[in-house]
Every structure is written in structure tokens, then in C-alpha cells.
Ligand binder design. Structure first.
Ligand code: PLP
Length: 404
């Protein structure tokens, strides 16, 4: 008789966003006349920029002719895209990252969950709390997290680094030494950032204790302040301790198109073994590459027209962030984020729990957000709103919340 991987049975309850969807569906069925505004899930709403659409059409045409047809993509991605990434995302920011250190993929969610496969099962992970749930769940599936305490909603073998108003939502170096440190900046869900000097401390710490930082920079395009690093490789010494994850989902609207990449510098080693070769081996065995058409669309992100159009798109969402931030602040809410990230993190009013506030907002304002407790115990008493809606709906949602 076959046996299942019972690590999967350890996963608590249902996935956060399925619970939200169930609640919203039940409310919609009971109240079909109400207009619901969704500021919950971090999904974009603006159509793909014209430069990207144009490149997609061209690439489809390539596939129609024997001379320009493309089959399987190279394991690590097409050279045209990897060199555009190396030049624009790294060389232009003074980072020493070669095109051959970039692994193109179909997105940061897969990469952030798969990357743990190249590390030993007894490696200890450290995560921010609250956290993008994929980091923890993928380690649960692998069997790295010990036992679950349903009351505390924590895993025995995970080091949690609380990020609260008291520390300005920036984690302190942990007391217990981790092997793998997950950091995400700009942060989902809190919308916070750390300065280059703060990130340098983490890099120095990781090099000192022999840990690897898995740095998720999926929201890099939303950075507006000058002392916030766009890449961990802006810090000295990051080549020997950091893996960086990037996505085209939020900077270019590729959530339904799918494209991302992971950077593993060749200097990142465990003894003589380069993590780069392990991930290359893993990629070669388990992954057949992002589609040619999509990688061409990714190339358009770095064209002059693409850059200009995407700058406007990011500005559009960040204007929504401002509307939410300022609107809620003027209504007396305690809010943070929204300056270098498309997420606004607010303290629930009147001591409500995160889920109580979720129900309150859904029922009274017909607005959907995300309960902070869904991202970890330190998220309790907080709530996340996203700036990815359209402008008109965002304004209306804020007016409704103000009127509560
Ligand atoms: N990383 C973080 C921190 C995210 O918030 C998200 C999506 O919400 C992702 C990664 C997923 O990115 P992708 O769409 O490239 O899989």
C-alpha cells in the first residue's frame, strides 16, 4: 500500500486565501445586490503595458515560422533575457552579478518554495513574523519545521523574528543561530522596508555564522526612497551568503503570464560545493523553462518604452497606496507601509482581532482585506490592504471605511 508524505497532513487548516474566498463567496450569495471591493489579494488589475503586448505578438509570430520557432528553452533561461537582467537590475545598480548567475523561472512563488530543496533537512530556518506564508509552508512540506502548536500557531523548529510597531516592523538578529534566513523587502505583508545599513548588518551576520539569506525582492520596483536597497547584492559580502528572488508579477503585471528569476552567485558555497551547481542540477532535472514567448515579453520590460510604461503603472498603484494610507490615517487609524510597497498595514481598531475586523469590514463596508494573523502570530491585531485595485474602487473603499 502506498504511503503519503505525511508532512502535508501537518499543515494547519486551509490556506489563508481559500478561507477568505469562502467567506466572501458566502457573503456574496447572501447579499447579491452588494458591490464588494477587493483589496485583499496582492494581484494586479492594470492590463499589460503596450510594449509587452507588442513583444508578445512578435514572439507568437516567431513561433509560426520554422526559422524562428523555439522549442524547449535553455535550462537557465534565454541569454537575451539573462543579460538584460544582469545589466539593468544589477550592473546599473553597481552589483557584481553575471548573466550566468541568473536562473529564469516562472515566478518567485515556485522559486521561494523550491529553493529549500538544496538544503539539509536539519537546517534551521528563521522567518519574519508576520511572513509571506509560502516560506513556512514549503518547509513544513519538506519536514523541516518540527511540531505545530495550534494555540500559538507556531512550529517548534522555526525561529520566528517578530516584526511589530515596536521595532518598526524590522526583525532583530535572532538569539538562536539559524542556517537559512528568509527576508523579504519591500515586505509583504507589512509594506515595510529596511535601509542598506540595516541589510548590511544581516549580510555581515550571515557571513559570520555561516547562514544563507534567501532574499525575496519581488516588490523592488515599488521602492521610492533613496536609502532603501533594491538588491541584497548592493551590500558588501552578499555574494558569499545570499540568494535573491525576483518576480515580474508586481513590477510588470505578469501574475497571469508568469516569469521570475533567482540569483545564486558562484561564490556562495558550502565547503567546496557551489549552491549554483546544485540549483542548476535541480533546474535541469525538474524544470523545463519559462516559455520563449514569455521570456521575450520579459525582455520588453527592460526596453526604453517598457521602462517608461511600467514606471507609470507602478506610480498608478502607489497613488492608490497614498489614497489608502492618507484616508485611513485621517480617519484615525494607525497605518504603516505604502511608501516603498503596495501594501498598507493597519492596526485593527477597538482591540478587534484581525478576523473580527475582516468580518466587520466585509459586512459593514463590503470591502475585502487580509487579516494580519493569517501571516503569523505577530500579525494578530493588524490588517493588510493592497494598492493593486483600480483607482475608483480604492477611493470608494476608503470612503466606505471612513464612514464606519
Ligand atoms: N514573493 C512575495 C513576497 C510575494 O508577495 C509574492 C506574491 O504575492 C510572490 C513572491 C509571488 O510571486 P510570483 O507571482 O512571481 O510567483
Amino acid at each position: 500500500m502506498f504511503k503519503i508524505n505525511d508532512n502535508y497532513l501537518k499543515l494547519p487548516g486551509s490556506y489563508l486565501f481559500s478561507t477568505i474566498a469562502k467567506k466572501v463567496n458566502a457573503f456574496t450569495e447572501a447579499n447579491p445586490d452588494k458591490k464588494i471591493i477587493r483589496l485583499g489579494i496582492g494581484d494586479v488589475t492594470q492590463p499589460l503595458a503596450p510594449a509587452i503586448i507588442g513583444k508578445l505578438h512578435d514572439a507568437v509570430e516567431d513561433m509560426a515560422h520554422a526559422e524562428t520557432f523555439h522549442g524547449y528553452a535553455p535550462d537557465l533561461g534565454y541569454e537575451f533575457l539573462r543579460s538584460a537582467i544582469a545589466r539593468n537590475d544589477y550592473a546599473d545598480r553597481g552589483c557584481d552579478i553575471g548573466a550566468d548567475e541568473i536562473f529564469v523561472s516562472d515566478g518567485a512563488k515556485c522559486d521561494s518554495s523550491n529553493i529549500q530543496e538544496i538544503f539539509a533537512l536539519d537546517n534551521k530556518i528563521a522567518v519574519c513574523d508576520p511572513v509571506y506564508p509560502v516560506y513556512v509552508d514549503s518547509n513544513v512540506m519538506a519536514g523541516r519545521t518540527g511540531t505545530y502548536d495550534p494555540k500559538a500557531e507556531t512550529w517548534s523548529d522555526v525561529i520566528y523574528m517578530p516584526c511589530t510597531a515596536e521595532n518598526d516592523f524590522a526583525p532583530q538578529l535572532p538569539e538562536e543561530t539559524p542556517d537559512l534566513i528568509y527576508l523579504c523587502y519591500p515586505n509583504n505583508p507589512t509594506g515595510s522596508t529596511i535601509t542598506k545599513a540595516q541589510l548590511q548588518e544581516w549580510v555581515d551576520y550571515a557571513n559570520k555564522v555561516g547562514a544563507v539569506i534567501i532574499y525575496d525582492a519581488a516588490y523592488e520596483a515599488y521602492i521610492s526612497e533613496p536609502d532603501v536597497p533594491h538588491s541584497i547584492y548592493e551590500c558588501e559580502g552578499a555574494r558569499t551568503c545570499a540568494i535573491e528572488l525576483r518576480s515580474f508579477s508586481k513590477n510588470a503585471g505578469f501574475t497571469g503570464v508568469r516569469l521570475g528569476f533567482t540569483v545564486i552567485p558562484k561564490d556562495l558555497k558550502c565547503g567546496d560545493v557551489a549552491l549554483h551547481s546544485l540549483w542548476a542540477r535541480r533546474h535541469g532535472t525538474k524544470y523545463n523553462g519559462a516559455p520563449y514567448i514569455v521570456q521575450r515579453a520579459g525582455e520588453a520590460v527592460y526596453s526604453p518604452e517598457g521602462k517608461a510604461q511600467l514606471k507609470e503603472q507602478v506610480a498608478y498603484y502607489m497613488n492608490n497606496a497614498k489614497v489608502i494610507y492618507e484616508g485611513l490615517k485621517s480617519a484615525g487609524y494607525t497605518v504603516s507601509g505604502g511608501v516603498n510597497a503596495p501594501y498598507i498595514w493597519l492596526k485593527t481598531p477597538d482591540g478587534m482581532t484581525s478576523w473580527e475586523f475582516f468580518d466587520h469590514l466585509l459586512e459593514k463596508a463590503n470591502v475585502v482585506g487580509t487579516p494580519g494573523s493569517g501571516f503569523g502570530p505577530s500579525g494578530e491585531g493588524y490588517f493588510r490592504l493592497t494598492a493593486f485595485g483600480n483607482y475608483e474602487n480604492t477611493v470608494e473603499a476608503v470612503e466606505r471605511i471612513k464612514a464606519l
